[in-house]
Write a protein of this length. Structure first.
Length: 162
């Protein structure tokens, strides 16, 4: 395709993120925003990687890559095609698990997490809890599994929110 000088090119930052530093997939706040779990527009494209954490500032976007455990790296990551772009993205609960791991979160309850991250309760409560259940045994960090187990128990016990 020939690009005319007066035409603007469309870049998909999620697709570019994987080309800059890999292996990686979209996760953390970017994935949660993409899935509609958090209301904010994320100003930095956040990804998970098994390599060292890195940041890249470009004219297109700012990209951060956070190291996550290799054992659970591709759990609940799916290939997505959207608006002429193809990229890998974490399912919502996997993005939460990665967030806990990367930012060393230790919330006391589901309410604390929802409040701290401004997560949409309807999205969370309407989510596929089997994804959360699978992470309880498969995510390699014990700390993450314990916190996810706490959230899973709260949901099973009929968490109603505030």
């Amino acid at each position: 395709m020939i690009q005319r000088p007066y035409q603007k090119m469309h870049y998909d930052e999620f697709e570019i993120a994987q080309a800059i530093y890999g292996p990686s997939y979209i996760s953390l706040e970017s994935a949660l925003s993409h899935h509609g779990w958090i209301p904010e527009k994320v100003n930095v494209c956040t990804s998970a990687t098994v390599k060292r954490s890195k940041k890249f500032i470009t004219n297109i976007a700012n990209f951060t890559y956070s190291r996550t455990p290799i054992k659970s790296f591709m759990l609940q990551v799916r290939r997505t095609e959207a608006s002429d772009a193809t990229f890998l993205i974490a399912e919502p609960w996997k993005a939460v698990a990665d967030h806990i791991y990367v930012h060393d979160r230790s919330w006391r309850s589901l309410t604390d997490m929802i409040s701290d991250m401004r997560i949409d309760e309807d999205s969370l409560l309407g989510s596929d809890v089997t994804q959360l259940e699978n992470l309880l045994t498969d995510y390699s960090s014990v700390k993450v599994r314990k916190l996810l187990t706490k959230f899973y128990t709260e949901i099973l016990n009929g968490y109603k929110g505030n």
